[in-house]
Design a protein around this ligand. Structure first.
Ligand SMILES: Nc1ncnc2c1ncn2[C@@H]1O[C@H](COP(=O)(O)OP(=O)(O)OP(=O)(O)O)[C@@H](O)[C@H]1O
Ligand SMILES: C[C@@](O)(CCOP(=O)(O)O)CC(=O)O
Length: 369
């Protein structure tokens, strides 16, 4: 779609390479990679004030009006629709908060979302919530004539996310904002959410964000990244909440997990920096084994039978593999070195036999402007 005043922005999905769960606590880095499937957001000017939102997940056109910087759904809007549009709504309200500090409002518009991060409405686990937030913030800023750089858009996306769920690390947002391979460390999201609620988005945006760390990394040469989808969606929020419910959190096993995972991620970054493929494989394998220990101790259900089979087959092929993200379904990753005992085709056949669908994904290039 194009036309006067129409803005189109897209953001890629992501995979967790190492550091999931540990990254939720401040001070722990994670490595993520952006993939070449996208959420696209199109903004079209509309004469009527307020926002009309359409998503490929439905509905086709739901109308929202402003109460200050809060969006109010039209009377009779299905609560399920409100849930499905929660990330888009939070992104719009966040940009509206920034505009309000400059004495402006968001002009009337239609916001449309399309995504290749789900299959007929079933998510792959490639970070569609993060990608839709990043794409929407980018499109809304451009539509409103706000000149922003990548870090400002990332911060706005994290404020929008933290308003919904301060536990979410924002690793997905970092990968979707910068593209390519990234090393990310999360700031204190609960503090930022409180700051934004108390002092406004503009103040929170420019405040210091202690703990935030972001570095783009060089992709490992000579390693083939493969992705397998279990076909089963998992709830990241429920899995992370499971950790809070268990007595594991705050105890010695938790501390050991975080320390060991931090060691893996730091060694992984060093191996990536040094172009050492063998070191990359070793650390991805080690990070996956730490997740398995966590899973055994807490009984979270990170490793489903399909994810176990995905990892086992990749090890037999001579590679390293692990779930990507919270696990419980969604997808897993494997890295194969050139000259591995078994080929990519062999791995795909083994995955198919185990009910794991190989996804033809490539790394999305570093994109931040
Ligand atoms: N096409 C879309 N249109 C509008 N909102 C979307 C779209 N895709 C995702 N979202 C938002 O993201 C939410 C899904 O987030 P969820 O964390 O369950 O999936 P994910 O981010 O793809 O997976 P994961 O967190 O495992 O990587 C939806 O409820 C909705 O709020
Ligand atoms: C468990 C966690 O570290 C990763 C979740 O990854 P995913 O959304 O399930 O791909 C949570 C988070 O980083 O917010």
């Amino acid at each position: 779609m194009s036309g006067p005043g129409v803005v189109v922005r897209r953001a890629p999905g992501k995979l967790f390479v190492a550091g999931e769960y540990a990254v939720v606590d401040g001070g722990s880095p994670a490595v993520l990679v952006a993939v070449d499937r996208y959420v696209t957001v199109t903004l079209t000017p509309r004469q009527v004030p307020g926002v009309e939102i359409s998503s490929d997940l439905g509905p086709a056109g739901s109308t929202w009006s402003w109460a200050g910087t809060r969006l109010i759904p039209a009377p009779g809007t299905d609560p399920a629709v409100e849930g499905r549009l929660a990330h888009v709504r939070s992104a719009i309200e966040t940009v509206a908060g920034l505009l309000a500090a400059r004495g402006r409002g968001l002009p009337g518009c239609h916001l449309a979302v399309t995504s290749t991060l789900h299959e007929g409405g079933t998510k792959y686990g490639l970070g569609s919530s993060g990608a839709v937030t990043v794409a929407a913030i980018d499109a809304l800023c451009a539509f409103a004539g706000l000149d922003t750089d990548a870090e400002q858009r990332f911060r706005l996306a994290l404020l929008a996310t933290a308003a919904l769920d301060p536990r979410a690390s924002g690793g997905d947002l970092a990968a979707s904002t910068w593209g390519g391979w990234v090393c990310y460390q999360a700031p204190d999201r609960a503090h930022l959410a409180r700051l934004a609620a108390r002092d406004g988005v503009a103040a929170a945006l420019t405040a210091p964000w202690p703990g935030l760390g972001l570095r783009t990394l060089t992709a490992p040469a000579g390693l083939d990244l493969q992705v397998g989808w279990t076909g089963r969606p998992a709830s990241t929020a429920a899995l992370v909440a499971g950790l809070d419910a268990a007595s594991w959190r705050g105890g010695p096993a938790h501390e050991r997990f975080v320390t060991a995972t931090n060691d893996c991620v730091r060694a992984l970054v060093a191996a990536l920096d040094g172009g050492q493929a063998a070191g990359v494989l070793q650390q991805v394998d080690a990070a996956g084994r730490q997740l398995a220990v966590l899973d055994e101790q807490v009984g979270l259900g990170v490793f489903t039978p399909a994810l176990r089979a995905l990892v086992e087959a990749a090890r037999q092929a001579g590679g390293a593999a692990k779930p990507s993200g919270a696990g419980g379904g969604d997808c897993g990753i494997a890295l194969l070195a050139a000259g591995a005992p078994h080929s990519r085709a062999w791995l795909h056949r083994a995955w198919n036999r185990a009910g794991v669908l190989p996804l033809p994904l490539k790394v999305a290039a570093t994109i931040a402007r």
